[in-house]
Design a protein around this ligand. Structure first.
Ligand SMILES: [Zn+2]
Length: 487
């Protein structure tokens, strides 16, 4: 299941001049002799490893690992979040006392069994498409995501780092008494580099850190200040206090990207945010606030839910809508911007054919164009919110379903789609709605659907206009006021 997002900036923010990002040259490959690993603690049980990650050559790491049990086959993640060929960066793979053959990118085999392995990974040339989803090391900073750096059969690592003088490492993981970071590779994200600056805050009993690298047009303290009201809001929304500490890691984008000058991923309890320092946002704190309304919700949805399956339509599409409502409620945006954003998403939705149900689109998110999960998912959340508010005369809203989801006693590993559809289905009319627009591929026609709620959508011009109708009846007025309309 992909816990990542290609969250695009949906709020209108001033755009942005192109920047000339330095692309670092590939450094000459230096082969590193196999080092004997001394003083490692042995780890009991299968599929764990004690590893040492060293930065000895710019743009490259060397990993030396002692496995808890001997292996003769090692596989590295080669595809993630639509990015292919990640494992091609693994080089010079060796196992002590046995001969290793490379049979495909990231696939290494030996006749005999080995317990001590070493390899290099070149991380100096991330592409714009992958930069927030895979490890990279450019100049004097980098992100190390163990999911693409450690063979996939290893479930637990005890890691230590050997870094250039003046570099430090930051993550949500506190090293143990031996200085080792004990973690599952799947969730582990480390920021390494020179002059990392960390701040810590307790938000209603939840620990939130920020770590910044690089120079920014905002103060370091702005990050936690922008994040705090959003964290409080999502604690109230879900009723679930995050048990572990969370961290927001911010660094400059190491590559030139398109018109959207930032990239993010929320993995486990880490929000990784890469921004172009020259993006020229008029209001950096507002921009951070907008990004956080989406990314911080991922700390809860899906990352704190123990549901299975591809329910991306909910944890991306509904997250977009809930983030937009949150931005409105926190006054980061106004009601007009709220409507304008939805109109823009509808235009995006109209620009391709809607021939999959949201369930199917979620399954194929990484193998098809993938926008349906975001666009239709967000618009279905909007319609659901309108329907449920009208049906209950304003007594309940989509936001209340998050408490139902976190407070419900759903067993670990239940099917996310079944659970969420059952949580949403408060009435026969709502069941019909979710069946049509989530389980089946009924096309959205907002022009026809919205007038009943006091809204008009005019898509005759180049970009659609979503407006409040002039002649509202009292029920429509109450509904739109509950959404934040103030006239
Ligand atoms: Zn997302």
């Amino acid at each position: 299941m992909g816990l990542v997002c290609f969250c695009a900036v949906l709020i209108n923010m001033p755009m942005l001049r192109d920047c000339a990002t330095k692309r670092h040259k590939m450094y000459n490959y230096v082969s590193v002799p196999f080092a004997l690993l001394c003083g490692f603690v042995s780890v009991l049980g299968a599929s764990s490893a004690t590893i040492r990650v060293s930065v000895r050559t710019p743009g490259q790491i060397t990993v030396e690992a002692e496995l808890s049990s001997p292996m003769r086959s090692w596989s590295f993640r080669n595809a993630y979040a639509g990015v292919l060929g990640i494992a091609e960066r693994v080089e010079d793979f060796r196992a002590e006392n046995v001969t290793v053959r490379k049979i495909a990118p990231g696939e290494f085999r030996s006749e005999g069994e080995g317990t001590r392995i070493s390899y290099n990974i070149k991380l100096s040339e991330p592409s714009a498409a992958e930069v927030s989803h895979v490890s990279w090391l450019v100049g004097d900073r980098g992100f190390l995501m163990f999911a693409d750096l450690i063979p996939s059969d290893i479930a637990t690592v005890h890691a230590q780092f050997v870094l250039p003088v003046g570099w430090t490492v930051e993550s949500t993981i506190t090293p143990d008494a031996n200085g080792q970071y004990v973690t599952e590779p799947e969730k582990a994200v480390f920021l390494i580099g020179r002059s990392l600056r960390k701040m810590t805050k307790s938000v209603d009993g939840m620990t939130l850190d920020s770590v910044l690298s690089g120079d920014w047009p905002f103060k370091d303290s702005d990050v936690l200040q922008a994040a705090t009201p959003v964290m409080k809001r999502y604690l109230t929304l879900t009723g679930f206090r995050l048990p572990q500490s969370s961290v927001i890691l911010i660094a400059p984008l190491p590559v030139a990207v398109g018109s959207v000058k930032w990239r993010a991923e929320t993995r486990g309890s880490t929000v990784l945010l890469l921004i172009d320092p020259n993006a020229g946002f008029k209001n950096w704190r507002g921009q951070l606030g907008v990004i956080f309304t989406h990314e911080l919700l991922h700390l809860w949805v899906p990352n704190s839910l123990k549901l299975q399956g591809d329910y991306d339509w909910f944890f991306e599409g509904f997250t977009l809508y809930t983030a937009l409502r949150t931005a409105l409620e926190l006054k980061i945006i106004n009601f007009k911007e709220f409507l304008d954003t939805l109109a823009r998403v509808y235009d995006s939705y109209l620009s391709y054919s809607d021939n999959l149900s949201l369930l199917e689109a979620s399954e194929r998110r990484w193998t098809s164009a993938g926008s349906l999960v975001y666009d239709k998912g967000m618009l279905v959340a909007f319609l659901y919110d309108l329907l449920i508010r009208r049906e209950s005369s304003g007594k309940t809203a989509l936001a209340d379903r998050y408490r139902d989801l976190f407070g419900g006693s759903f067993a670990d590993g239940m099917d996310g789609n079944a659970v969420i559809i059952s949580v949403l289905a408060l009435s026969p009319a709502i069941k019909d709605f979710t069946r049509s627009y989530i389980e089946n591929n009924k096309t959205l026609e907002l022009e026809q659907m919205l007038p009943a709620f006091g809204l008009s959508l005019d898509s005759s011009a180049k970009s659609s206009q979503l407006r409040v109708k002039p002649d509202l009846d009292s029920e429509q007025k109450r509904l739109l006021r509950s959404l934040g309309y103030t006239h």
